[in-house]
Design a protein around this ligand. Structure first.
Ligand SMILES: O=P(O)(O)OC[C@H]1O[C@](O)(COP(=O)(O)O)[C@@H](O)[C@@H]1O
Ligand SMILES: [Mg+2]
Ligand SMILES: [Mg+2]
Length: 335
């Protein structure tokens, strides 16, 4: 192994993609050090501006974006599409790949030392910048995230299962920890930002009402709610413990398609989750069959344990009077 190789267990990674994944890991390991050093408040978590989507940008959002863009110039990336940049950037005209990235996901958690991450999605580049990303999500050739938490790790798929690597503090390298990540089939956890309850559609309210009803409801068992507000951390929990995550459409202005972005948040997470035997939808239909209409387009996003994700979709098929009825009358959905 050459000294600039940062991944142990790299025979699981397609040779053509290895330099690129290795480069992402090199930047990830550097960012992990920057985050560990802090200070997390004003220095890394301080507001520095707004991105094209109107989201507040934190110092670490910008630092991460600049670090990835710089490193990827020499790693075969032709088109670079970032949450932090309005347009696609051409890094290397001869590059083979198009890479979409959320350089720093969960930025509202930087100052409070809660897990954050980087999400990436890779396609074969097309001639056109936007065309390279505005295509069916099932054309991704790789997707993953780096999680910066108590442990730094890489979750990645190349369409042949989902792999997890841990950054070892001893070797300084990402070491293969699980070559067959599987979403557990059973779970009593759901994740949704419950403060938006009044803005949700009836089917989503009904689904969550039934979870809250617990042992006295149609499920006949109690549930726990989790909400980290870092998509990377939520995905990591679901890939570890199962359950369901929802960021649905809601009635607030600008939230008609939820909050999360298709190209660099939902598409890569959906690829990882499906490769780990989970399901991922836009509430109704499979995310991987969808095509983003614009680079920063949003989509409702529901993913996790298959039976739960499918059940949420079926609530949308209920007649209006059924959705409004008391949970106890919906015997159809009894576990
Ligand atoms: O603040 P809310 O509405 O709960 O939304 C939280 C969601 O927003 C995000 O933080 C958006 O990602 P960014 O931090 O990259 O903008 C997700 O990680 C998370 O799931
Ligand atoms: Mg994000
Ligand atoms: Mg972000």
């Amino acid at each position: 192994m050459q000294s600039d190789e940062n991944i142990i267990g790299n025979d699981k990674i397609p040779a053509d993609l290895y330099p690129l994944i290795n480069g992402l890991c090199t930047v990830g390991a550097d960012l992990a050090k920057t985050i560990a050093r802090g200070p997390l408040g004003q220095t890394l978590g301080g507001a520095v501006g707004e991105n094209s989507d109107g989201d507040q940008q934190k110092a670490l959002d910008v630092m991460a974006d600049e670090a990835f863009a710089e490193a990827l110039k020499s790693l075969g990336v032709r088109w670079y599409a970032s949450e932090e940049q309005e347009e696609v950037v051409e890094l290397d005209p001869n590059g083979r790949y198009a890479l979409a990235i959320d350089p720093l996901d969960g930025s509202s958690n930087i100052d409070v030392n809660v897990s954050i991450g980087t999400i990436f999605s890779i396609f074969e580049a097309n001639e056109g910048a936007n065309e390279s990303f505005l295509r069916p999500a099932n054309e991704q050739i790789a997707a993953g995230y780096i999680i910066f938490g108590p442990q730094t790790g890489l979750m990645v798929t190349f369409g042949n299962g989902t792999l997890f690597y841990v950054l070892s503090p001893d070797s300084g390298k990402f070491e293969l920890a699980n070559d067959h990540v599987v979403v557990p089939k059973e779970s009593t956890e759901y994740a949704i930002n419950a403060s938006n309850y009044r803005h949700w559609s009836k089917p989503v309210r009904a689904y969550i009402d039934d979870c809250i009803a617990g042992a006295e409801g149609i499920h006949g068992k109690n549930f726990n709610m989790r909400w980290v507000a870092s998509l990377v951390a939520e995905t990591h929990r679901i890939l570890t413990r199962g359950g369901i995550f929802l960021y649905p459409t809601d009635s607030r202005e600008g939230y008609g398609a939820g909050r999360l972005r298709m190209v660099y948040e939902c598409a890569p997470m959906a690829f990882l989750v499906e490769q780990a035997d989970g399901h991922a939808t836009n509430e109704h239909d499979r995310i991987l069959d969808q095509t983003a209409k614009e680079l920063h387009a949003r989509t409702p996003f529901v993913f996790g344990t298959p039976v739960k994700v499918d059940r949420l979709a079926s609530y949308h098929d209920l007649p209006e009077k059924e959705v409004s009825a008391l949970f106890g009358q919906r015997g159809l959905f009894r576990d």
